[in-house]
Design a protein around this ligand. Structure first.
Ligand SMILES: *Cc1c(COP(=O)(O)O)cnc(C)c1O
Length: 428
């Protein structure tokens, strides 16, 4: 799987010659990604094939419109690229229609609002501090200022979504649009449960599977396809494609979605990204990817058990997917302090609010960690005890100010990473 080692100036020879300054930064980032244990649940390592596709001359084309209905000539090849990618997306996720043009997850979600709502209409989504995404109607987002955002959360006692609360809110507020899914949700999403609420109030139901798309494609999380009207997803998280997004829908919504993306919100699609999404979708349809998706979940569950055994407080008590949300209150270390110490130790995580957090969003009580990237390196469940022990030592070191432990763990991390070369990083 891993490409042979190539020195930095030979990996990107034209870049090194034309712009040594930026070439050096790219090489440094490659080294950083190779040597660190990357536990950000929304990040991954794309394959060398996806990297190559996203750096092609498809970059040079303007293609406003859709295959067969463009505003520019010269689209003989681009039409085939986009059609192939859209067909793969429909097949993999089992939906009638796929729009593969959204620039990223946030614009994809805004296109959904444009397709179904008028300014001021009501949207029901999960609140940001409870695990939802900004674009599900949160106040500082355009979606929460131009629309009436009503927000559900998770129960204090279970850390899980309470569908009775969602139903009560839906009946009281009569939203036109309901989002399920989120960005810090460690548990399975009950698409059928949300669908019955959406039907009852006549709302369009959107599953935002940005985080779990790869798990769904790989059969490690139930699919929303039989239940929802629209599926919104990024392509760069567990799906392991380039930075981008897709909107999938039932046939009846195809026209509204397409018109919202273009000309409603965007101009020309990023064709090099479309091609790279196509490559990632082909990879995601393989048996190898199915084992990958299963291993991501096994690694997350095992890491959760190892952390819980060391006294870490996991929101909802564990995980069904690729991520863990950890409340560090009992460890007496704020999330940001822990995340910064872990970063110095070569373990990359993000600080995160936990449900009912008593601290501020920019200085919250928790951290969020995930296993997609480490699993792409082939790191097995048997190493999760080591990973949990590092996290434990560094969080304790952050509390006591013991920088020598942080330095020791940094060396141990690099040594383990050397044994599991990352895809797409042929470093020497
Ligand atoms: C990451 C994410 C998005 C936004 O994606 P961007 O590409 O960062 O704009 C939207 N929804 C959810 C649930 C996400 O996790």
């Amino acid at each position: 799987m891993t490409a042979p080692s190539v020195p930095a100036d030979l990996r990107h020879p034209a870049l090194a010659a034309a712009d040594p300054e930026l070439a050096a930064l790219v090489a440094a980032e490659e080294r950083l990604q190779a040597d660190t244990l990357r536990l950000i649940p929304s990040e991954n390592y794309v394959s060398a094939a996806v990297l190559e596709a996203s750096g092609t001359v498809l970059q040079n084309k303007y293609s406003e419109g859709y295959p067969g209905k463009r505003y520019y000539e010269g689209q003989q090849i681009i039409d085939q690229v986009e059609t192939l990618t859209a067909e793969r997306a429909k097949g993999l996720f089992g939906m009638d229609h796929a729009n593969v043009q959204p620039y990223s997850g946030s614009p994809a979600n805004l296109a959904v609002y444009l397709a179904f709502l008028k300014p001021g209409d009501t949207v029901l989504g999960m609140s940001l501090p409870m695990g939802g995404h900004l674009t599900h109607g949160w106040g500082v987002s355009a979606t929460g200022t131009w629309f009436n955002g009503v927000q559900y959360g998770v129960r204090r006692d279970t850390g899980r979504v309470d569908l009775d609360e969602v139903r009560d809110l839906a009946l009281a507020e009569r939203p036109k649009l309901i989002f399920c899914g989120g960005t810090a949700v460690p548990r399975e999403i009950d698409f059928a449960g949300f669908a019955s609420i959406a039907r009852e109030v006549g709302a369009v139901l959107v599953a935002d599977i940005a985080h779990i798309a790869g798990l769904i494609a790989g059969g490690a999380h139930p699919s929303p396809a039989p239940h929802v009207d629209v599926v919104s997803t990024t392509t760069h998280k567990t799906l392991r494609g380039p930075r981008g997004a897709m909107l999938l829908s039932r046939a009846e919504h195809a026209r509204a979605i397409d018109r919202a993306v273009f000309p409603g919100l965007q101009g020309g699609p990023h064709n090099q990204t479309t091609a790279a999404i196509g490559v990632a979708l082909r990879e995601a349809a393989t048996p190898d990817f199915r084992s990958y998706a299963r291993d991501v979940v096994t690694n997350a569950r095992t890491l959760g058990e190892e952390l819980a055994a060391r006294g870490f407080d996991l929101v909802s008590g564990g995980t069904d997917n690729h991520l863990l949300l950890i409340d560090l209150t009992a460890k007496d270390v704020p999330g940001k302090v822990a995340a910064k110490a872990l970063d110095r130790a070569g373990i990359v995580v993000n600080h995160n609010s936990v449900p009912y957090d008593t601290r501020k969003p920019f200085d919250p009580s928790g951290i969020r960690i995930g296993t997609p990237a480490l699993t792409s390196r082939g790191i097995p469940a048997s190493e999760m005890g080591t990973v949990a022990e590092w996290i434990d030592r560094v969080v304790e070191a952050a509390r006591t100010g013991d920088e020598s432990t942080v330095t020791k763990v940094r060396a141990e991390v690099t040594a383990l990473m050397d044994g599991y070369p990352a895809p797409g990083l042929p470093l020497s």
